[in-house]
Design a protein around this ligand. Structure first.
Ligand code: NI
Length: 223
């Protein structure tokens, strides 16, 4: 029994990403930074900034962008970040038929899996626009829905100082912050933001780590 338990524990340990084993968000202050709409031309710089601070993040990828930059999508996963589906064409999902929603999500699952070897278990509806029907269709493709506790509106601020101030204001324990790696100012200011968040005691983790293994579950919306 003891040997079995040890074996199971060591297998569980080796199969988890290093961070999942190291960070327990029920014991330390965690924050999940999320970046939507990529991959794009600034994603690589963001990956460098995250690596330098040993921070992990979650990227919600647009299918048609992954088709253009499959290598970057693969790199995001290789660096230990989490990925999610952000539809194929950045669609306003509630305005589509069930079949069209399914198509947006399914094709993106396939494109992402082809590029990264990983099939997402999370999606984020573009513009945060969702409803019971959209969530129902997402459930058919085993996706959980990830929204946020704070949005920086970085795409409209377009100013490094304002974006930094917005992130720091929105930061809170177990928070999920929405940003965009296609906004150059966001990527430019991220080294400073990461250093400041760490100074304030935050562990920067992926959404699954934030959920402490209790999610993401298909058909469930977080946070
Ligand atoms: Ni988006």
């Amino acid at each position: 029994m003891v040997i079995h338990a040890l074996l199971a524990a060591s297998l569980a340990f080796t199969s988890l990403p290093a961070q999942a084993a190291a960070v327990d968000c029920s014991r330390v202050k965690c924050l999940a930074l999320t970046f939507d709409d990529g991959p794009g031309k600034y994603t690589n710089a963001l990956l460098k900034a995250l690596a330098k601070e040993r921070a992990k993040a979650t990227f919600f990828l647009v299918g048609k962008r992954v088709e253009k930059m499959p290598g970057m999508a693969k790199k995001i996963v290789a660096r230990g970040h989490a990925i999610g589906n952000h539809t194929y064409s950045h669609a306003w999902l509630p305005s589509l038929s069930d079949d069209e929603i399914l198509e947006e999500l399914k094709v993106t699952q396939e494109v992402i899996e082809k590029a990264t070897g990983q099939r997402p278990d999370m999606y984020r509806p573009p513009y945060g626009k969702t409803d019971e029907r959209v969530l129902g269709v997402a459930t058919q493709v085993d996706l959980s829905e990830i929204l946020w506790t704070g949005t920086t509106l970085d795409w409209s601020l377009k100013d490094t100082k304002k974006i930094k101030a917005a992130v720091l204001k929105l930061a809170k324990r177990d928070g999920v912050i929405l940003m965009h790696d296609v906004v150059p100012e966001t990527v430019k200011v991220m080294p400073e933001v990461l250093r400041e968040l760490k100074k304030r005691g935050y562990h920067l983790v992926t959404v699954p780590v934030l959920l402490r293994g209790k999610g993401p579950k298909p058909g469930v919306t977080y946070p």
